[in-house]
Design a protein around this ligand. Structure first.
Ligand code: SF4
Ligand code: SF4
Length: 442
């Protein structure tokens, strides 16, 4: 076991913030499931504090508890004491990884391959994406299923196979120029983050984001050198790799020349806004990271801030509901802006989703690491969507998007059959407006 105690190295006041009031309990999906104190935010914070105090060893049981937590941050929204659960959670996961208490060969290999190799190399991730696209578009995947090839795989991988995201034919770099100028310039110059999963599975949403920015008078800069933002690494206890990716991301953008750096993925955005903290003791990057944090804006947040232009045409959709990505609402507190955007689209009726901010079970790679609990949350979400009874649900995070699509695909008679994003609907409305006027979107 490694000797350095990461929880101990935290500012002790962060560990002391919790006053054990229990206000967070009913908002915590894992506590609501088991009603066990240790599966609650309060219980987990007590465990972390005991480790920091040296009263508790870092064990496999502690690791299991930290990985049972979704990291959804619903507790942070509910907490009257302002507990910084996000920082505690990341540090606790780093602590259990450092202690190597959960180091089965198979787990270690897949972690190393994904976090240390694939997600550190954008070219490799794209190459894998291209191969997967060929595999899917030629129907080889369906053939393999018919031949029951996946029957040979371990049960956990067999279950995951149908959830493999559909890979886009063209990635963001093929769809978006490094610099794009609006027809009517409002003097804003923004950087666009294309993400990694978003880039592979939803490059069209990146294009929609660029179109919406152009339609609102923003010049859009999309550097080719950007890579994964590191949120996957930070949320899975690999803080050093997360720092390396943060430095690379900062270096990809000319911060001084940009008014904002735009993200359209809730999970990434929540992490991107913490580079200042992540790099606070880096002598070269600390200042730049602070500047970076101030400039990172979620697309909905930015559009409302610059008073986005309301479209004059509809989006081709009559009714929509909205599922909130945990890290957009609890992590970034971006709650009203996506609703304002949806409400601005002519002819579109917005209907609130019951428990809209209750986690859908995607939570990074939680649907892979904790498939049972993830499925329970997805079932609950699908039921809430049934109650909303509308044909389209919008969300704003690739993980949630895929999770909802998988859940709805499994229910053919469900009233909701389409998952989209607010920014896509806005882009569609602008396009409809422009085609009515006989011109392009920007
Ligand atoms: S992050 Fe979510 S699952 Fe974890 S303790 Fe907080 S509310 Fe519970
Ligand atoms: S709401 Fe905050 S202070 Fe109260 S028990 Fe939960 S984490 Fe602790």
């Amino acid at each position: 076991m490694a000797s350095a105690n990461l929880l101990q190295s935290l500012d002790y006041s962060v560990l002391q913030q919790c006053m054990h009031c229990g206000m967070c309990l009913p908002t915590c999906p894992t506590y609501v499931e088991t009603k066990m104190e240790r599966n609650s935010p309060r219980g987990r914070i007590s465990l972390m504090r005991a480790v920091a105090d040296g009263d508790l060893q870092v064990t496999k049981a502690l690791s299991d508890e930290m990985y049972y937590c979704l990291g959804c941050l619903a507790c942070q929204t509910a907490c009257p004491a302002g507990v910084n659960y996000a920082e505690l959670f990341e540090t606790a996961r780093a602590e259990v990884e450092q202690a190597q208490v959960d180091d089965g060969m198979q787990r270690g290999f897949w972690r190393w391959l994904s976090l240390n190799v694939i997600f550190m190399r954008p070219w490799l991730l794209r190459l894998i994406g291209r191969v997967l696209h060929v595999y899917q578009s030629t129907g080889l995947d369906a053939l393999m299923r018919r031949l029951r090839f996946f029957g040979l795989m371990p049960p956990s991988l067999k279950k995951l196979e149908p959830q493999t995201p559909k890979i886009a034919e063209h990635f963001s770099d093929d769809l978006i120029w490094p610099e794009e100028k609006p027809k009517q310039d409002r003097g804003y110059r923004v950087g666009l983050l294309t993400g990694c999963i978003q880039d592979l599975a939803f490059s069209n949403i990146n294009r929609d984001t660029a179109d919406v920015l152009l339609a609102n008078g923003c010049e859009v800069i999309t550097p080719r050198s950007q890579s994964c933002c590191g949120s996957l690494h930070a949320h899975n206890g690999e803080l050093e790799l997360a720092r390396e990716l943060a430095r690379r991301q900062i270096d990809s953008f000319d911060l001084d020349s940009l008014d904002a750096i735009i993200t359209n993925a809730g999970g990434c955005g929540s992490h991107l806004k913490t580079y200042g903290h992540l790099l606070h003791d880096d002598p070269f990057y600390a200042g730049k990271a602070k500047q970076w944090d101030k400039k990172v804006k979620d697309i909905h947040e930015w559009l409302v801030q610059i008073r986005f232009r309301k479209p004059t045409a509809g989006a081709g959709v009559s009714e929509v509901t909205y599922h909130e990505s945990c890290h957009l609402c609890h992590g970034q507190k971006v709650v009203s802006q996506p609703r304002q955007i949806l409400a601005s689209i002519p002819g579109l009726t917005f209907k609130e989703l019951p428990e809209s901010n209750w986690c859908c079970g995607s939570a990074g790679i939680y649907n892979i690491t904790q498939p049972e609990q993830s499925q329970k949350l997805l079932t609950r979400k699908v039921e809430n969507l049934r109650q909303a009874g509308v044909p389209v649900v919008a969300t704003s995070n690739p993980g949630c998007h895929l999770q909802l699509a998988n859940g709805l695909r499994a229910c053919s008679s469900h009233p909701c059959q389409e998952v989209t994003q607010p920014v896509t609907l806005l882009a569609q409305a602008y396009r409809a407006e422009q085609s009515a006027q006989g011109g392009g979107v920007s």
